[in-house]
Design a protein around this ligand. Structure first.
Ligand SMILES: Nc1ncnc2c1ncn2[C@@H]1O[C@H](COP(=O)(O)OP(=O)(O)O)[C@@H](O)[C@H]1O
Ligand SMILES: [Mg+2]
Length: 112
């Protein structure tokens, strides 16, 4: 695991990332037979990027499931997007992005 961002993220973003990484790792444990797993979270001018990749058995394109759908929904819910790419015999990469505008902390409303 590397490249963890410094600084705060909005709570919903943090929780969505946590839920996505949990499901990705659960899939790796259950299905992948991987030897190596890499997790990266980076935040830069182009926004946030999460990558969880493994060198396991992969899966055929067209594979669907509740976990794969849930990860996409977590990212859609914070204004981002996520893809899951399995390559049979080679591994799987979960790749999510969130645009910079969705990472700004919510405006504080001052009491009048
Ligand atoms: N990292 C992975 N390595 C290999 N196969 C995977 C991986 N992630 C998902 N899959 C495949 O995609 C299917 C759908 O995943 P998911 O929607 O999470 O459902 P579930 O984990 O309940 O089977 C899995 O059953 C498995 O065949
Ligand atoms: Mg799953």
């Amino acid at each position: 695991m590397w490249a963890l961002p410094r600084g705060e993220l909005p709570d919903l973003v943090a929780r969505s990332l946590d839920a996505t990484v949990s499901e990705a790792l659960a899939n790796i444990e259950r299905h992948s037979r991987a030897r190596t797993v890499a997790i990266a979270v980076t935040v830069g001018e182009s926004g946030l990027r999460l990558t969880v990749s493994d060198d396991g058995r992969g899966f055929p394109s067209g594979t669907t499931g509740r976990g794969l759908s849930a990860m996409k929904e977590y990212f859609a819910g914070i204004g981002g997007a996520l893809t899951v790419n399995g390559v049979p015999g080679a591994g799987t990469t979960v790749s999510g992005t969130v645009p910079p505008g969705a990472l700004a902390p919510p405006a504080v409303e001052l009491p009048s």
